[in-house]
Design a protein around this ligand. Structure first.
Ligand code: NAD
Ligand code: DAU
Length: 421
């Protein structure tokens, strides 16, 4: 497959691959509504620029978007350890998809992509996303999440100012953010609402909160037509196995300890990734400019509940496993510093105003997810070598995980985490 110097798949190659199913549209275009040279849409659908589309949520979004015939997608991704082109292998030669290997902090690259593709929207996923990594090394989080968002906003503003008429009316900047900006909840506190004051507790959360504030300022000061979504914990296919659910599946399959931080009673509000992608499409199409929308599935579960449910699914699905019952692999380890105790999302604004609803129950979504990881062992293997192993050592060595299983080990908490409750 030919690629240009920016890493984009050349359209002509895609045309040849799809020859049997394509026909000329009569407007100089031979590629499913795309101009053969520029790859810009000629059918009026308009392209979108996605950042971080090779990561977990971004790749699910791109796959769903193309499957739904949403128009062409330009995916700008730096391919950090979390970015994986294999997630998008099924659309790699789709003429509606182009990949650009690059950094959102590269202002010239971002500006040239906007000028060249004239997208109708930017959907901004790119971020450093793992809280534990932000504790070990916050620098990359400040750079990508804050400087990177600033760069995109600067370029998007310049681009927006150059637009006129329908193109200008239509343009949107959708900033994909997190519920962690709101901080932590006590067990009885009401769920996070769009008006809940920001109180980020980790370097990751602080960097995302900063980026949200920048987006807000660009709306109010420069009139950029942006919107923000703040979503709870996602799970589903293609999630990097540093995050709780895929980590537990991977470790349990190999008979490794399942490291539960502290007492395992921290609560997260889980949302299936496909529901999140649908929420983003809904906000993009019908959301009000300048608004923030909370996205959540109403599935509050303690970490221990999540881990033991994964174990029960593996007991059922991997009949021949030597490690049954997998629950015996649970090991309480030293807590995450500053660990937020509970997140919960009040998504009534998105539901009431835009008619979105989470469709996947946690039980069905988790079952599908475990099935996906079992069926995609090669994908897991591909992302868990080299630097992944270094990260596992770095994050878990000091937590006394050990090699053996211990279901009844006492919960371990750090003084700092304890003092923050
Ligand atoms: P991820 O870590 O799986 O993927 C991040 C992607 O961004 C990767 O493909 C990576 O290569 C790319 N990237 C990183 N730095 C970049 C840079 N400087 N330039 C270009 N690309 C870069 O993250 P995710 O879990 O898919 O999260 C996506 C977005 O959604 C993030 O903004 C995150 O804050 C937000 N979010 C995530 C969750 C969740 O549960 N995972 C929940 C709510 C919000
Ligand atoms: O709430 C949305 C956020 O959810 C997103 O913004 C983040 O990008 C995403 O990473 C996620 O953050 P969390 O810190 O909640 O996710 P993580 O999967 O890392 O951890 C989930 C919970 O499980 C958390 O309470 C910490 C705990 N945990 C995690 C790991 C990796 C463990 O007990 N053991 C572990 O080994």
């Amino acid at each position: 497959m030919a690629v240009c110097k920016l890493g984009r798949v050349q359209c002509w190659e895609a045309f040849v691959s799809f020859l049997p199913i394509l026909s000329a549209c009569g407007d100089g275009c031979y590629c499913m509504g795309l101009d053969r040279k520029t790859k810009k849409t000629v059918d009026g659908a308009g392209s979108i620029l996605v950042t971080g589309g090779a990561g977990f949520i971004g790749s699910n979004f791109v796959l769903d978007w193309l499957a739904a015939g949403g128009g062409s997608v330009v995916n700008l991704d730096k391919l950090t350890y979390a970015g994986n082109p294999a997630n998008l292998a099924s659309v790699a030669v789709d003429p509606a998809y182009s990949f650009v290997h690059g950094d959102i902090c590269d202002v010239e690259l971002v500006a040239s992509l906007l000028r060249e593709h004239r997208p109708r929207a930017v959907i901004h996923f790119a971020a450093e996303s793992h809280v534990d990594r932000s504790i070990v090394g916050p620098e990359a989080f400040l750079r990508t999440n804050i400087d990177g968002t600033f760069t995109l906003l600067r370029a998007a503003r310049e681009y927006y100012d150059s637009l006129a008429g329908e193109e200008r009316e239509r343009f949107r900047f959708l900033h994909v953010s997190t519920d962690e900006v709101y901080g932590t909840l006590t067990p009885e506190a009401p769920a996070f609402h769009e008006d809940t004051p920001y109180a980020p507790n980790s370097p990751y959360a602080a960097s995302k909160a900063s980026s949200d504030h920048l987006v807000r300022a660009w709306v109010h000061t420069y009139g950029l037509p942006a919107m923000i979504t703040n979503c709870s914990n996602n799970y589903g296919p293609y999630q990097f196995p540093e995050k709780l659910i895929p980590l537990m599946i991977a470790n349990a399959q190999q008979g490794k300890a399942l490291p539960v931080y502290g007492d395992g009673q921290q609560v997260r509000d889980w949302l299936y990734v496909g529901d999140h992608c649908r929420a983003l499409r809904t906000v993009l199409e019908r959301g009000r400019v300048g608004e923030t929308y909370n996205v959540g599935g109403g599935n509050q579960r303690s970490n221990l509940e999540v881990v033991t449910t994964v174990c029960a699914l593996l007991d059922e699905m991997v009949q021949e496993s030597k490690f049954k019952p997998h629950r015996q692999l649970v090991k309480y380890v030293t807590d995450r510093p500053g660990h937020d105790r509970r997140y919960a999302i009040d998504a009534r604004k998105l539901e009431g105003e835009l008619g979105w609803r989470a469709e996947e129950s946690f039980e069905a979504g988790l079952r599908k997810t475990v099935e996906w990881y079992l069926a995609n062992a090669a994908w897991v293997e591909g992302v868990t070598s080299g630097t992944y192993q270094q990260w596992m050592k770095q994050n878990y060595a000091g937590r006394e995980v050990g090699d053996s299983a211990s279901a009844v080990a006492k919960p371990k908490t750090t003084a700092v985490a304890e003092s923050m409750r």
